[in-house]
Design a protein around this ligand. Sequence first.
Ligand code: 4AD
Ligand code: MG
Length: 441
Amino acid sequence: MTETAQTPNPITTIEQAGAQAGGTVTIRGWLYNMRESGKLLFPIFRDGTGTMQGVVSLKEQPEVFAALKGLPQESSVVVTGSVRTEPRAPGGFELGVTGLEIIQRVPDSAPYPIQLKEHGVDFLLDRRHLWIRTPRQAAILRIRAEAQRAARNYMDAQGYTQTDAPIFTPAACEGTTTLFEVNYIDDQKAYLTQSGQLYVEALAAALGKVYTFGPTFRAEKSKTRRHLTEFWMLEPEAAYAHLEDMIQLAEGLVSSVVQSVAKNRTRELALIERDVKALEKIVPPFPRITYDDAIKVLQKAGHPAKWGDDLGGDEETIISKEFDRPVVIHRYPTAMKAFYMATDPARPELSLSFDMIAPEGYGEIIGGGERLADYDTLVERLRAHNLPEESFQWYLDLRRFGSVPHSGFGLGLERTVAWICGTEHIREVIPFPRMLYRVYP
Ligand code: 4AD
Ligand code: MG
């Protein structure tokens, strides 16, 4: 370890350093990059909250200069210096470095593998544990955290109690084709949860208004920019609530999340070059169309869709292009949706369901609706969907003992954050993406 200064100066973060302009601070982080220009060094430090350029001159700081010169990228350092306003520096401030302590020097023989040039995405995904250090990736993860915080705040403020659903489950929730089977103890079979919904329904009957926010799993064989095999879902569920209540809750939730990010993560949005104006428009009410009308929109756009067809990613993109805000599509054909969907009494071929489609081609961010409350119809549906009735006895109890109308939805966190960030693929908005053919690192 090289020590060139011991400092009693306040330890701060790069994010906070601007507030100390004119003063001397200590920052603990890493050397992100360095430009050397004769007798001057321009290191760029990062500490997780941002990056900051430093300046070291050989004449004024010979010891620091010697310690820093040639220091490999990503070596960990504690730096001390005076914070100066510098309009030309990224962030508006620079650090006149007066002290440097090297915590770990990356060996010259094995340099940091991620250079500042462009790398292929597979190269980066193989090194995701390091890739997350780059300013763009760190900014995205900070936006994700803000989205999670804002979502919880909104739900809490609406009187919903946060709760948790199990990860190991005895049966499917969203169809049997995307189930991950787990060899549970003593050769019992279990499945990783596809959605906490069935359990939040039980919790809604116990606590009234609830939500979960946790990981869910789907053995998705599709290799698209919208699919992960492990993703996070926020799932509200409310007793005595109907479809309309959930559409309004979803609008409020999504706009509140987007506005919180726009307000509290301006630096990060600027860093990733996201157009904030597009986000500022996201205020309720959102446009709504029925599934019937969605088919008409597609046909008008020259798409061969006909009533009864599922709306996949391509169809969603065509529809979302008509609007600058998320669009709610409601009342899908019952035959297209999961077994638990309530039917529209006015038109029994339709379900009391809705999806919310994000703008700019990001696709479905929310799916939900009203649940079947009637015991006999639910049993019929379980049979029609070939689901094992024994595994659903506990769920049927919810219809045996004080069944009430109730509704809920699931918001996919990564789809939502990918749209907010404007990333090309949702794999960038989760720390360690799990996808078809990728469970490393
Ligand atoms: O529409 P889905 O399948 O709905 C449900 O699971 C309901 N049981 C939720 C509920 O009512 N409580 O999934 C909900 C959302 C989708 O709109 C999408 O945003 C996200 O979860 N999602 C995925 N995100 C990433 N990768 C995948 N493979 C996803 N599958 C669904
Ligand atoms: Mg869906």
